[in-house]
Unconditional design. Sequence first.
Length: 147
Amino acid sequence: MKFKDRLRDILAIKDSPHRLAIAFAGGVFIGMSPLLGFHTILGIAAAWIFGLNRIVTITGVYITNPWTIVPIYTFSTYIGAQCLGIKQVITQIDWAHVTSGNFGHELKPLLMPFVFGSLLVGFISAIVSYFIIYHVVKRAHSYGEPR
């Protein structure tokens, strides 16, 4: 299902613009979090715990998908490195001698920028997406009501 179709589905849900926007924004934050592989589970759990619409939350989670995850995480890691004052984001890796045992050690300098950057970018994206979805849903609901 295309994102455009999902957005149409969100607009058809009879819930307040605030609750729909919160559900979507929460999903965006979770989707951009550094907890790779747990996004869907966390989105469903958060929607259940906070009583939010699961479809809307998962739609927000799927902002990060196989086509967007690399650019989002690359940008987030870069932002994290800039905020943490790290000058050289790309570390020199001796690819000829990388093994499964030392691969994590080779990427360790990127861990803090990745975590910090993805949380920061996720938080900012969630705030921006809240206002966008809130206004879009509010406008759609006002057009859909009889005058």
